[in-house]
Design a protein around this ligand. Structure first.
Ligand SMILES: *Cc1c(COP(=O)(O)O)cnc(C)c1O
Length: 340
C-alpha cells in the first residue's frame, strides 16, 4: 500500500485522494468524461446549484475482500437511483452503464486508498451532479457537471456497534409527494437543524413520522428503519416519501434467502413500535446501527435487545450482509462488481 494512512484510526471525514472523475453536460450532451487531479471546482457566482440547490448525490463503498480483490456493492442500483433523482430534479441523466464505469475508473485511479481487508475501513465513493451555469430567473440549469470522488473512511463504529438512543422529531423530513424518495442535497440541508437539536439533547438521530398524520414511521435523516418482531419477522416501513435504501433492500433479501426469515415491507404505525423486539437503522455508511431506545416526548420505548449490543437477529443480518460485501459469503448473482 503506497499511502501513509493509519487505517485503524480513520474517522468518517474527507481525505483528498489522487484522482476524481469529471464529465460536463453542455449543449444538450455529455462529454466523454475523464479523471483529473484538481479537487477544486470553479463556477459562476450565479451557478444554479448555489442559488437554487439543483444538486443530487449518491453514496457507495469499495471494499478490499479476503482474497485481495477490490469490489463495489450493487453500483447498478445507485446508478438507477441517481437516474430517478435526476429526472425529478430536471437534471440530465448520466447513462447508467457509463455511470458504473465512472465509479470503476475513480476507484482504479485511487487503488492505494482502498483500506486493507480486516481493517474495518473502506473507500467511500461519492458521485454527484449539479447545475453549473448562471441561473437567476427560476428554471433548471442548462449546463451540468457529474463528478465522482472517493475518500477512505474508518469503521463507522469504533470498538463495536453500541445501540443508540434516538428521539421522535417534531420536524418533518419530507412532504407527501415531495422529494423524500430521491437523493437530493436539499433533503439534507433542511435536516441539519433537527439533527443539531437532537444532538444537543443527547440523541444520536431523529425518527421522522409521516407529516400528514404523524402516526406512521418514515425514516431518519439518512437511514431507513428495520424492525424485528418477537417471533423473528423483519418489518420495514413502506412510504412514498422514504428514500429507497439499497442496504435495506439488500437486508430484505438476506433475511429471506439467507436466514429464512419472514419479511414484511408495509406501513408501520408508531403505536406498534413498542411491540418490536429489535430496531436498527440501515444505510451504506454504517450498514446497520442498532437502536436500543426511542424517546417520544419523554416517553421511552426500550427494546428487549438492550443498550449493550445488537439484538440477535440484527447481528445475524449485519454479519451476513457484511460477509457478502467482504467476500466471505457467496453473494447473490450480480451483487458484487469486481474492480481490481
Ligand atoms: C442514502 C440514504 C439512505 C441509505 O441508503 P443506502 O442506499 O442504503 O445507502 C437512507 N435514507 C436517506 C434519506 C438517504 O439519503
Amino acid at each position: 500500500m503506497g499511502k501513509d494512512i493509519d487505517w485503524s484510526n480513520l474517522g468518517f471525514g474527507y481525505i483528498e485522494t489522487d484522482k476524481r472523475f469529471v464529465a460536463n453536460y453542455k449543449n444538450g450532451a455529455w462529454d466523454e468524461g475523464k479523471l483529473v487531479d484538481d479537487p477544486m471546482i470553479t463556477m459562476s457566482e450565479c451557478a444554479c446549484v448555489l442559488q437554487y440547490a439543483q444538486t443530487c448525490f449518491e453514496g457507495l463503498k469499495a471494499y478490499r475482500t479476503e482474497d485481495g480483490h477490490v469490489v463495489t456493492f450493487r453500483p447498478d442500483l445507485n446508478a438507477a437511483r441517481m437516474k430517478d433523482t435526476c429526472e425529478r430534479l430536471v437534471m440530465p441523466v448520466y447513462p447508467e452503464d457509463k455511470w458504473v464505469d465512472a465509479i470503476v475508473q475513480t476507484v482504479k485511479g485511487n487503488l492505494d486508498y482502498v483500506p486493507p481487508y480486516g481493517s474495518g475501513a473502506t473507500l467511500y465513493i461519492r458521485p454527484y451532479m449539479f447545475g453549473i451555469n448562471p441561473v437567476i430567473g427560476v428554471k433548471p440549469a442548462e449546463d451540468y457537471q457529474f463528478r465522482v470522488f472517493c475518500t477512505p473512511v474508518g469503521p463507522y463504529f469504533k470498538g463495536g456497534a453500541k445501540p443508540i438512543t434516538i428521539r421522535v422529531s417534531d420536524f418533518d423530513r419530507a412532504a407527501p409527494h415531495g422529494t423524500g424518495h430521491i437523493k437530493a442535497g436539499l433533503n439534507y440541508a433542511m435536516s441539519l437543524h433537527p439533527i443539531m437539536e437532537a444532538h444537543e439533547q443527547g440523541y444520536a438521530e431523529n425518527m421522522y413520522l409521516d407529516p400528514a398524520t404523524r402516526t406512521k414511521v418514515e425514516e431518519t435523516g439518512g437511514a431507513n428503519f428495520i424492525f424485528i418482531t418477537k417471533d423473528g419477522t423483519l418489518v420495514t416501513p413502506k412510504s412514498g416519501s422514504i428514500l429507497p435504501s439499497i442496504t435495506r433492500r439488500s437486508i430484505m433479501v438476506v433475511a429471506e434467502k439467507y436466514l429464512g426469515m419472514k419479511v414484511e415491507h408495509r406501513e408501520v404505525f408508531f403505536d406498534e413500535v413498542k411491540d418490536f423486539a429489535e430496531c436498527g437503522l440501515c444505510g451504506t455508511a454504517a450498514v446497520i446501527s442498532p437502536v436500543g431506545k426511542i424517546v417520544d416526548h419523554g416517553k421511552e420505548i426500550c427494546f428487549a435487545s438492550g443498550m449493550e449490543e445488537m439484538g440477535p437477529y440484527t447481528k445475524k443480518l449485519y454479519d451476513t450482509l457484511t460477509g457478502i460485501q467482504m467476500g466471505r459469503i457467496e453473494a447473490p448473482e450480480g451483487w458484487i462488481k469486481v474492480i481490481a
